[in-house]
Design a protein around this ligand. Structure first.
Ligand code: ZN
Length: 301
Protein backbone atom coordinates (compact mmCIF):
# COMPACT_ATOMS: atom_id res chain seq x y z
CA UNK A 1 0.00 0.00 0.00
CA UNK A 2 2.80 2.39 0.96
CA UNK A 3 4.46 1.56 -2.35
CA UNK A 4 1.30 2.40 -4.24
CA UNK A 5 1.08 5.81 -2.58
CA UNK A 6 4.70 6.41 -3.45
CA UNK A 7 4.11 5.62 -7.12
CA UNK A 8 1.08 7.89 -7.11
CA UNK A 9 3.06 10.71 -5.47
CA UNK A 10 5.84 10.44 -8.05
CA UNK A 11 3.33 10.57 -10.93
CA UNK A 12 1.53 13.52 -9.36
CA UNK A 13 4.85 15.34 -9.01
CA UNK A 14 5.79 14.70 -12.63
CA UNK A 15 2.32 15.75 -13.82
CA UNK A 16 2.34 19.05 -11.89
CA UNK A 17 5.82 19.92 -13.09
CA UNK A 18 5.09 19.05 -16.72
CA UNK A 19 2.03 21.24 -16.54
CA UNK A 20 4.09 24.23 -15.33
CA UNK A 21 6.61 23.65 -18.10
CA UNK A 22 3.92 23.44 -20.75
CA UNK A 23 2.10 26.57 -19.71
CA UNK A 24 1.74 29.01 -22.61
CA UNK A 25 2.91 32.51 -21.81
CA UNK A 26 2.60 35.90 -23.50
CA UNK A 27 5.13 38.53 -22.44
CA UNK A 28 3.44 41.88 -23.09
CA UNK A 29 6.43 43.94 -21.95
CA UNK A 30 9.55 42.68 -23.66
CA UNK A 31 12.35 44.95 -24.88
CA UNK A 32 14.55 44.58 -27.96
CA UNK A 33 17.68 46.30 -26.71
CA UNK A 34 20.85 46.91 -28.71
CA UNK A 35 24.42 46.48 -27.49
CA UNK A 36 25.50 49.64 -25.69
CA UNK A 37 22.00 50.89 -24.87
CA UNK A 38 22.84 50.75 -21.16
CA UNK A 39 26.51 51.66 -21.59
CA UNK A 40 29.53 49.42 -22.01
CA UNK A 41 30.23 47.13 -20.35
CA UNK A 42 26.55 46.49 -19.65
CA UNK A 43 25.70 46.91 -15.97
CA UNK A 44 24.78 43.81 -13.92
CA UNK A 45 21.18 42.94 -13.15
CA UNK A 46 20.32 45.12 -10.12
CA UNK A 47 18.51 42.24 -8.42
CA UNK A 48 20.61 39.16 -9.24
CA UNK A 49 23.96 40.90 -9.75
CA UNK A 50 24.44 38.81 -12.89
CA UNK A 51 26.32 40.58 -15.68
CA UNK A 52 24.49 40.02 -18.96
CA UNK A 53 26.25 38.74 -22.04
CA UNK A 54 25.05 41.84 -23.90
CA UNK A 55 28.16 42.91 -25.78
CA UNK A 56 26.67 42.37 -29.23
CA UNK A 57 23.21 42.55 -30.75
CA UNK A 58 23.48 38.88 -31.68
CA UNK A 59 24.27 37.81 -28.11
CA UNK A 60 21.32 39.79 -26.72
CA UNK A 61 18.90 38.25 -29.19
CA UNK A 62 20.30 34.74 -28.80
CA UNK A 63 20.16 34.77 -24.97
CA UNK A 64 16.67 36.23 -24.79
CA UNK A 65 15.38 33.90 -27.46
CA UNK A 66 16.72 30.83 -25.68
CA UNK A 67 14.91 31.75 -22.47
CA UNK A 68 11.63 32.62 -24.20
CA UNK A 69 11.66 29.19 -25.83
CA UNK A 70 12.66 27.42 -22.62
CA UNK A 71 9.77 28.97 -20.67
CA UNK A 72 7.26 28.58 -23.50
CA UNK A 73 6.78 32.31 -23.99
CA UNK A 74 4.96 31.90 -27.28
CA UNK A 75 4.39 35.60 -27.95
CA UNK A 76 6.33 38.69 -26.94
CA UNK A 77 5.29 42.27 -27.55
CA UNK A 78 8.63 43.77 -28.58
CA UNK A 79 9.12 47.32 -27.46
CA UNK A 80 12.07 49.02 -29.15
CA UNK A 81 13.20 50.78 -32.31
CA UNK A 82 11.58 49.48 -35.49
CA UNK A 83 15.02 48.67 -36.84
CA UNK A 84 15.92 46.47 -33.86
CA UNK A 85 12.43 44.95 -33.63
CA UNK A 86 12.86 43.77 -37.22
CA UNK A 87 15.77 41.54 -36.11
CA UNK A 88 13.43 39.73 -33.73
CA UNK A 89 10.43 39.56 -36.05
CA UNK A 90 12.63 38.23 -38.86
CA UNK A 91 14.06 35.60 -36.53
CA UNK A 92 10.63 34.32 -35.47
CA UNK A 93 7.61 36.11 -36.99
CA UNK A 94 5.17 33.87 -35.12
CA UNK A 95 6.58 34.77 -31.72
CA UNK A 96 7.42 38.46 -31.92
CA UNK A 97 5.05 41.42 -32.37
CA UNK A 98 6.65 44.80 -33.06
CA UNK A 99 5.83 47.74 -30.78
CA UNK A 100 7.03 51.29 -31.45
CA UNK A 101 8.79 52.56 -28.33
CA UNK A 102 8.94 56.29 -27.62
CA UNK A 103 11.22 57.82 -26.51
CA UNK A 104 13.67 55.05 -27.43
CA UNK A 105 17.31 54.35 -26.60
CA UNK A 106 18.55 55.60 -29.99
CA UNK A 107 16.95 59.06 -29.70
CA UNK A 108 14.67 58.55 -32.70
CA UNK A 109 12.04 61.24 -33.15
CA UNK A 110 8.37 60.38 -33.13
CA UNK A 111 7.46 59.94 -36.84
CA UNK A 112 5.04 62.54 -38.24
CA UNK A 113 1.44 61.37 -38.38
CA UNK A 114 1.52 60.46 -42.10
CA UNK A 115 4.59 58.30 -41.60
CA UNK A 116 3.03 56.86 -38.44
CA UNK A 117 -0.03 55.76 -40.43
CA UNK A 118 2.11 54.41 -43.26
CA UNK A 119 4.13 52.30 -40.80
CA UNK A 120 0.93 50.87 -39.37
CA UNK A 121 -0.39 49.99 -42.83
CA UNK A 122 2.93 48.37 -43.68
CA UNK A 123 2.65 46.37 -40.43
CA UNK A 124 5.97 47.70 -39.14
CA UNK A 125 4.38 47.91 -35.70
CA UNK A 126 1.13 46.72 -34.13
CA UNK A 127 1.41 48.40 -30.72
CA UNK A 128 2.38 51.96 -29.74
CA UNK A 129 4.60 51.66 -26.68
CA UNK A 130 6.34 51.56 -24.39
CA UNK A 131 5.56 55.24 -24.12
CA UNK A 132 8.02 56.48 -21.52
CA UNK A 133 6.53 59.96 -21.42
CA UNK A 134 7.06 60.12 -17.68
CA UNK A 135 10.81 60.20 -18.24
CA UNK A 136 10.28 63.55 -20.00
CA UNK A 137 7.85 64.75 -17.31
CA UNK A 138 5.06 64.51 -19.90
CA UNK A 139 1.61 62.92 -19.87
CA UNK A 140 -0.59 61.29 -22.52
CA UNK A 141 -3.29 63.94 -22.22
CA UNK A 142 -1.01 66.64 -23.66
CA UNK A 143 -2.23 67.97 -27.06
CA UNK A 144 0.87 66.86 -29.00
CA UNK A 145 -0.16 63.20 -28.59
CA UNK A 146 -3.81 63.62 -29.53
CA UNK A 147 -3.41 62.97 -33.31
CA UNK A 148 -1.44 59.77 -32.60
CA UNK A 149 -4.02 58.54 -30.11
CA UNK A 150 -6.80 59.17 -32.64
CA UNK A 151 -4.91 57.13 -35.26
CA UNK A 152 -4.31 54.28 -32.81
CA UNK A 153 -7.99 54.21 -31.89
CA UNK A 154 -9.04 54.18 -35.54
CA UNK A 155 -6.59 51.44 -36.55
CA UNK A 156 -7.10 49.31 -33.43
CA UNK A 157 -3.49 49.78 -32.29
CA UNK A 158 -3.14 49.35 -28.52
CA UNK A 159 -1.22 52.03 -26.60
CA UNK A 160 1.04 50.77 -23.81
CA UNK A 161 2.28 53.44 -21.43
CA UNK A 162 4.82 53.46 -18.63
CA UNK A 163 3.08 54.53 -15.41
CA UNK A 164 4.17 54.83 -11.81
CA UNK A 165 7.83 54.96 -10.89
CA UNK A 166 11.29 55.02 -12.44
CA UNK A 167 14.53 53.60 -11.02
CA UNK A 168 16.02 55.31 -7.95
CA UNK A 169 17.78 58.63 -8.75
CA UNK A 170 16.24 58.78 -12.25
CA UNK A 171 16.21 62.63 -12.38
CA UNK A 172 19.92 62.75 -11.52
CA UNK A 173 20.97 60.34 -14.28
CA UNK A 174 19.96 61.59 -17.70
CA UNK A 175 16.28 62.39 -17.12
CA UNK A 176 16.14 65.82 -15.42
CA UNK A 177 12.50 66.33 -16.48
CA UNK A 178 11.27 63.06 -14.93
CA UNK A 179 8.67 63.50 -12.21
CA UNK A 180 6.95 60.97 -9.97
CA UNK A 181 3.71 62.95 -10.37
CA UNK A 182 3.52 62.48 -14.15
CA UNK A 183 3.27 58.70 -13.61
CA UNK A 184 -0.16 59.05 -12.04
CA UNK A 185 -2.77 56.98 -13.96
CA UNK A 186 -5.32 59.80 -13.48
CA UNK A 187 -3.61 61.54 -16.43
CA UNK A 188 -5.09 58.83 -18.63
CA UNK A 189 -8.69 59.75 -17.90
CA UNK A 190 -9.10 62.66 -20.37
CA UNK A 191 -7.75 60.35 -23.12
CA UNK A 192 -10.11 57.52 -22.16
CA UNK A 193 -13.10 59.84 -22.06
CA UNK A 194 -12.36 61.13 -25.53
CA UNK A 195 -11.38 57.76 -27.07
CA UNK A 196 -13.81 55.12 -25.86
CA UNK A 197 -12.56 52.50 -28.33
CA UNK A 198 -8.86 52.93 -27.54
CA UNK A 199 -7.07 49.87 -26.14
CA UNK A 200 -4.88 51.09 -23.30
CA UNK A 201 -2.32 49.17 -21.26
CA UNK A 202 -1.03 50.60 -17.98
CA UNK A 203 2.51 49.33 -17.62
CA UNK A 204 3.97 48.32 -14.26
CA UNK A 205 0.36 48.26 -13.03
CA UNK A 206 0.75 51.92 -12.17
CA UNK A 207 2.79 51.03 -9.07
CA UNK A 208 2.57 52.47 -6.45
CA UNK A 209 -0.59 54.36 -7.46
CA UNK A 210 -2.88 51.59 -6.24
CA UNK A 211 -6.05 53.61 -5.64
CA UNK A 212 -5.70 55.50 -8.91
CA UNK A 213 -5.04 52.30 -10.87
CA UNK A 214 -8.05 50.59 -9.30
CA UNK A 215 -10.27 53.57 -10.06
CA UNK A 216 -9.21 53.72 -13.72
CA UNK A 217 -9.55 49.93 -14.19
CA UNK A 218 -12.98 49.97 -12.58
CA UNK A 219 -14.50 52.87 -14.50
CA UNK A 220 -12.77 51.97 -17.79
CA UNK A 221 -12.84 48.15 -17.94
CA UNK A 222 -11.23 48.23 -21.39
CA UNK A 223 -7.99 49.25 -19.65
CA UNK A 224 -5.59 46.40 -18.89
CA UNK A 225 -2.46 46.51 -16.75
CA UNK A 226 0.82 44.64 -16.96
CA UNK A 227 2.81 43.52 -13.93
CA UNK A 228 6.20 44.01 -15.55
CA UNK A 229 9.27 45.02 -13.57
CA UNK A 230 7.41 45.07 -10.25
CA UNK A 231 7.24 41.26 -10.63
CA UNK A 232 11.00 40.95 -10.16
CA UNK A 233 12.38 44.25 -8.81
CA UNK A 234 10.12 44.86 -5.81
CA UNK A 235 10.40 43.02 -2.50
CA UNK A 236 8.22 39.94 -2.94
CA UNK A 237 5.69 40.79 -0.22
CA UNK A 238 5.20 44.29 -1.58
CA UNK A 239 4.54 42.97 -5.10
CA UNK A 240 2.20 40.25 -3.81
CA UNK A 241 0.24 42.73 -1.71
CA UNK A 242 -0.17 45.08 -4.67
CA UNK A 243 -1.20 42.33 -7.09
CA UNK A 244 -3.58 40.85 -4.56
CA UNK A 245 -5.21 44.24 -4.00
CA UNK A 246 -5.92 44.61 -7.72
CA UNK A 247 -7.33 41.07 -7.85
CA UNK A 248 -9.45 41.55 -4.73
CA UNK A 249 -10.85 44.68 -6.36
CA UNK A 250 -12.18 42.44 -9.13
CA UNK A 251 -9.71 42.99 -11.96
CA UNK A 252 -8.20 39.54 -12.46
CA UNK A 253 -9.30 39.53 -16.11
CA UNK A 254 -7.43 42.78 -16.81
CA UNK A 255 -3.97 41.75 -15.58
CA UNK A 256 -1.23 40.64 -17.99
CA UNK A 257 2.19 39.12 -17.44
CA UNK A 258 5.20 41.13 -18.61
CA UNK A 259 8.87 40.86 -17.80
CA UNK A 260 10.41 44.21 -18.79
CA UNK A 261 13.69 42.34 -18.94
CA UNK A 262 15.55 45.26 -20.54
CA UNK A 263 19.10 43.91 -21.04
CA UNK A 264 18.79 41.36 -18.23
CA UNK A 265 17.22 38.25 -19.68
CA UNK A 266 17.43 36.47 -16.32
CA UNK A 267 14.44 38.66 -15.37
CA UNK A 268 12.29 36.37 -17.54
CA UNK A 269 12.57 33.27 -15.28
CA UNK A 270 12.60 35.47 -12.16
CA UNK A 271 9.29 37.12 -12.98
CA UNK A 272 7.65 33.88 -14.18
CA UNK A 273 8.60 32.15 -10.93
CA UNK A 274 7.17 35.03 -8.93
CA UNK A 275 3.70 34.37 -10.38
CA UNK A 276 4.04 30.58 -10.26
CA UNK A 277 4.89 30.81 -6.55
CA UNK A 278 2.19 33.31 -5.55
CA UNK A 279 0.31 31.46 -2.79
CA UNK A 280 -2.94 33.40 -3.27
CA UNK A 281 -3.33 32.68 -7.00
CA UNK A 282 -5.25 29.66 -8.21
CA UNK A 283 -4.41 27.84 -11.43
CA UNK A 284 -7.09 29.63 -13.46
CA UNK A 285 -5.85 33.03 -12.32
CA UNK A 286 -2.29 32.11 -13.28
CA UNK A 287 -3.43 31.02 -16.75
CA UNK A 288 -5.35 34.27 -17.14
CA UNK A 289 -2.38 36.40 -16.11
CA UNK A 290 0.15 34.45 -18.16
CA UNK A 291 -1.91 34.05 -21.33
CA UNK A 292 -5.67 34.45 -21.57
CA UNK A 293 -5.97 38.13 -20.65
CA UNK A 294 -3.23 39.21 -23.04
CA UNK A 295 -4.67 37.04 -25.81
CA UNK A 296 -8.01 38.81 -25.39
CA UNK A 297 -6.46 42.29 -25.17
CA UNK A 298 -4.19 41.83 -28.18
CA UNK A 299 -6.56 39.68 -30.21
CA UNK A 300 -4.10 36.76 -30.25
CA UNK A 301 -5.72 33.52 -31.37
ZN1 ZN B 1 8.49 51.07 -18.15
Amino acid sequence: MVKLYLVFAVFAFIYVNCDAQQRKIIDVHFHTRSAGDYGMPPPPNPVTGKAPDAGTNDAILRNNYALLKKYNVVKAICSGTLLRNADYVTKDPERFISALEFPDHQNNLLPDTDTFKKLIREKKFAVFGELGLQYEGKTLDQPEYEPYIAICERFGIPIAIHMGLGPPETPYHGFPNFTVASGNPFYLEPVLKKHAKLKLQIMHMGYPYLEETKAIMYVYPQVYADISVIDWVLPKEEFYQYLKAIITAGHEKQIMYGSDQMIWEDAIPLSIRMIEAAPFLNEKQKQDIFYNNAARFYGIK
